[in-house]
Design a protein around this ligand. Structure first.
Ligand code: GDP
Length: 435
């Protein structure tokens, strides 16, 4: 069942609209911001289609100074859950700064959005008030009145219309993989091994261009796509531009990827070029596996894996969350298990921890290692909640967020990873003010 969330700044009429759409008075509606306590869900049927309607009013801020960040959090949560977002604005007031904040969040998420301009009580007379809201940058804008039930049928039609589009474009989910690394690390060899066929070797002739071709395949009943990064090794006559284009190309591949594999050459660990590619992956906040290739060439004893892993961790300290594996694209050793691991890190990347559990763990962490006092002030972290996935993002609320020291944040991150895993996935901590 699709989820439809009503999102908007306080007092635009979210709860009233919610109640009219579900046809009963459920949430307490009063003309005071922040009056709805809990987020409410109700199933709605229209034209034979069912969906779950969410009133996000319960996530509204209680104090003024807190509004900005809280509104954004609220929109984030609703957005992450919803298939369609009804972005409610006030037709009497026009666009406010807060509306723009919400719009920015929605645009970034690329969601199906319907802008509903509320409080258009007399549609014939007030119709022109809706136009300025096209300025928010969404295609669909509808004038309504929740209170007076004006145009609610049109709004419901528009909502359902979005489902239909959703179903036609909805395909089987594909997990896209970018294999990255410097030339000769063994990227093509790995890709060929996985695809089990010899792909055409990239020509070394200067100026040869080849459009990128992604390759799809199935493994354990899941669809994968290997993003072609051949351009990264392409030679060019204009030497100055090689680096530029290869970086650009890498960023593009990383951007499109769900999971990245950074290939290193075990016979040359870890070069500057490796570090640069690693830095790009880190910047894009993508989940990652580090593969030490050409393991067949290394003389080994029972501490070799550990030595190599530690070397990589030391050289790439900012990627300490990434699992490191050894493999051989030539012999095929541990090639297919990489796919299982790719699946795992992708799941970690999309993992959501409930607020209750998070706060229980936070409480224990603080009890064991209290937040250090700084500048003579007691620093209190009161609350944490996960506001998003891919990458997992957490908001901590503290009385004095700027006084939470970097090393304490690192302690929190390490403990979070100990408790919750998130292996291979970057995680983001945001500190907000609230006493
Ligand atoms: P790319 O530039 O990263 O795509 O690297 P290639 O896949 O073209 O590999 C570069 C060279 O390393 C080729 O000669 C491969 O045969 C060789 N190679 C790749 N993987 C391995 C491996 O696991 N072991 C050994 N011994 N050689 C490898």
């Amino acid at each position: 069942k699709p989820i439809v969330a009503i999102v908007g700044r306080p007092n635009v009429g979210k709860s009233t609209l919610f109640n009219k759409l579900i046809g009963e008075r459920l949430s307490i509606v009063k003309d005071v911001p922040g009056v709805t306590r809990d987020r409410l869900y109700r199933d709605v049927e229209w034209s034979g289609k069912e969906f779950t309607l969410v009133d996000t009013g319960g996530l509204e801020p209680k104090t003024q100074d807190f509004i900005m960040s809280k509104i954004k959090d609220q929109a984030q949560v609703a957005i992450d859950e919803a298939d369609v977002v009804v972005f409610l604005v006030d037709g009497k007031y026009g666009i406010t700064g807060l509306d723009e904040e919400v719009a920015a969040v929605l645009r970034k998420k690329d969601k199906k959005v319907i802008v509903a301009v509320n409080k258009i009580d007399n549609y014939i007379k007030n119709q022109d008030r809706i136009y300025e809201f096209f300025g928010l940058g969404f295609e669909e804008v509808i004038g309504i009145s929740g209170e007076h039930k004006v145009n609610l049928g049109d709004l419901l039609d528009a909502i359902i219309g979005k489902f239909e589009k959703m179903n036609t474009v909805q395909e089987e989910e594909v997990l896209s993989i970018a294999v990255l690394g410097r030339p000769n690390a063994g990227k093509s060899s790995l890709v060929n091994k996985i695809l089990n066929k010899e792909r055409s070797i990239v020509s070394d002739i200067a100026g040869t261009t080849r459009d990128s071709i992604d390759s799809d395949f199935r493994y354990k009943n899941r669809k994968y796509r290997i993003i072609d990064t051949a351009g990264i090794r392409r030679k060019s006559k204009i030497d100055d531009s090689i680096e530029y284009y290869s970086v650009l190309r890498a960023i593009k591949a990383i951007n499109r990827a769900d999971v990245c594999v950074l290939m290193l050459d075990s016979t040359e660990l870890v070069t500057e070029q490796d570090k640069r590619v690693a830095g790009l992956i880190h910047d894009e906040k993508k989940p990652l596996i580090i593969a030490i290739n050409k393991w067949d060439l290394i003389e080994k004893d029972n501490s070799t894996v550990k030595q190599f892993t530690e070397l990589v961790k030391t050289e790439l300290p900012f990627l300490s969350y990434a699992p490191v594996i050894t493999m051989s694209a030539l012999t095929g050793q541990r090639v297919m298990p990489i796919l299982d691991q790719i699946n795992d890190v992708f799941e970690e990347y999309n993992k959501k921890i409930s607020t209750g559990v998070l706060n229980q763990v936070l409480g224990e962490m603080i009890a064991v290692n209290p937040v250090p006092t700084r500048k003579g002030r007691a620093v209190k972290i009161n609350y944490v909640t996960q506001i998003g996935v891919a990458p997992p993002r957490f908001v901590f609320f503290a009385n004095d967020p700027e006084l939470v020291h970097f090393s304490y944040k690192r302690y929190l991150e390490n403990k979070f990873r100990e408790y919750f895993g998130f292996e291979g996935s970057p995680i983001e901590f945001i500190f907000n003010k609230k006493s």
